[in-house]
Design a protein around this ligand. Structure first.
Ligand code: GAL
Length: 412
């Protein structure tokens, strides 16, 4: 009935051309695609047209490459999933629309945590709208495997290694992960948080202090990181993050350390997050919240109709209904942080509580692995060093710390 009313009202309303937008994103796994479907269906329900510009590749590296070629050809999409330093860099080049007037007119700032306004602003101008807040420092574990092996979830990295050794002896893969550099960067990040702590993390990646990057704490973090190499799956080479999640679901592996887009994947597979698969802060990072803020930016367009369509899109993204339904599918929590969390699973409710607590305790940390903490080229340099280190059993942690510091300094 609702649809009929809608089409009748659309017929009766003044003839307005349907808004058409093309949106670039890389949300193509099961859970991600379900989240995109929420956006697309709500957009189309408004009588608009959606053009999906999906570029496969978890983490978005391929999507950013395609976006560059489109923008350089003066043919950018109306909108794109741009976040963190990628967003600031695109904004700095003058490609993106300034959304400050809309934010002020529609009162967005009051509904968002200060961290979000800061993350999405370039010289005080709002350059994107947030779709949701992902937490990176999560440990996901297969409850059945842990119960069968009579294991207690690891609270720190020494316990993680003890459990991993027992699982290995039982012929069970301890850690579900693929060899993509961004996946390894997430693993390194949660080790750095758990073994080094928030002060170390900030000095290493936000201040990029040479003494910290080459000091004993970094050597300890790298040594622990290297140790985890012996716990990866046989088919580790080429395994995508969502395939690692599928391995976890099936019990082919016991644990995964990854952001909560994993939860979107689990829900898509009808796994009950917090029941079949348990969510816990990654070892040693209790109280810390490493955030990955997804956001949509608007590319400047000449045609006023395109600007109108863009305005309608960001308006939709900032509605409570979209924020609730999209984030329930995506595995993140709403950027409209004051929204009621009813209808969310227990892991999302835990994430929301931990976010608010971390905000109060100055324990919100921008994810280095997810491009929130350092410039894009520095992040790539870090991932290159970490990837070759993790895959070379003879590599020396001390030498690698020096190499990491030099690589980061060279991209400044
Ligand atoms: C991140 C993105 C998340 C998630 C993940 C896996 O970069 O911010 O939304 O999709 O990649 O593709």
């Amino acid at each position: 009935m609702k649809w009929c009313l809608l089409s009748l009202s659309a017929l009766l309303s003044p003839a307005v051309s349907a808004a058409q937008v093309e949106v670039l994103h890389w949300w193509t796994s099961g859970g991600e695609a379900r989240a995109v479907e929420v956006l697309k269906s709500q957009w189309v329900a408004q009588g608009n047209q959606w053009s999906d510009f999906a570029v496969q590749g978890g983490g978005g590296k391929s999507a950013m490459t395609v976006l560059k070629s489109r923008a350089l050809a003066a043919n950018p999409p109306e909108a794109a999933n741009l976040k963190g330093y990628e967003l600031k860099e695109w904004a700095g080049l003058g490609f993106l629309r300034d959304l400050t007037p809309m934010a002020e007119q529609l009162g967005w700032y009051d509904q968002l945590p200060p961290m979000i306004r800061e993350s999405l602003s370039q010289q005080g101008a709002l350059m994107a709208v947030p779709t949701g807040i992902h937490r990176v420092n999560w440990l996901w574990l297969n409850r059945k495997v842990f119960e069968q092996q009579q294991l207690t979830p690891p609270g720190d990295w020494a316990q993680f290694v003890t459990i991993a050794e027992q699982l290995k002896r039982e012929g069970i893969t301890p850690l579900a992960i693929g060899n993509e550099p961004w996946q390894l960067a997430v693993l390194f990040e949660v080790v750095a948080l758990g073994e080094g702590g928030k002060a170390f993390y900030r000095k290493a990646f936000l201040d990029q202090e040479s003494a910290t990057l080459t000091g004993p704490d970094m050597v300890r973090v790298l040594t622990r990181f290297q140790q985890l190499r012996s716990y990866v799956p046989q088919k580790y080479a080429g395994m995508k993050w969502h395939q690692a999640t599928n391995l976890l679901e099936s019990g082919g592996a016991a644990m995964q350390l990854m952001g909560d887009w994993v939860k979107g994947e689990l829900s898509a597979g009808h796994y009950r997050p917090g029941e079949d698969i348990i969510c816990l802060p990654s070892p040693g990072s209790q109280g810390l919240f490493s955030y990955n803020l997804d956001s949509i930016a608007l590319f400047k367009q000449r045609d006023p109709a395109q600007n109108h369509a863009q305005n309608q899109l960001v308006n939709l993204l900032m509605t409570p209904t979209f924020q609730q339904q999209f984030n329930q599918a995506k595995g993140s929590i709403p950027a409209l942080i004051k929204l009621d969390m009813k209808g969310f699973d227990r892991c999302a409710i835990r994430s929301h509580q931990d976010f608010l607590l971390a905000e109060q305790q100055d324990s919100l940390l921008p994810s280095m692995a997810e491009g929130m903490a350092v410039p894009t080229n520095m992040r790539q340099a870090i991932m290159d060093v970490l990837s070759s280190f993790f895959n070379d059993p003879s590599a020396d942690p001390q030498q690698t710390a020096l190499h990491l510091e030099r690589a980061m300094r060279s991209t400044r």
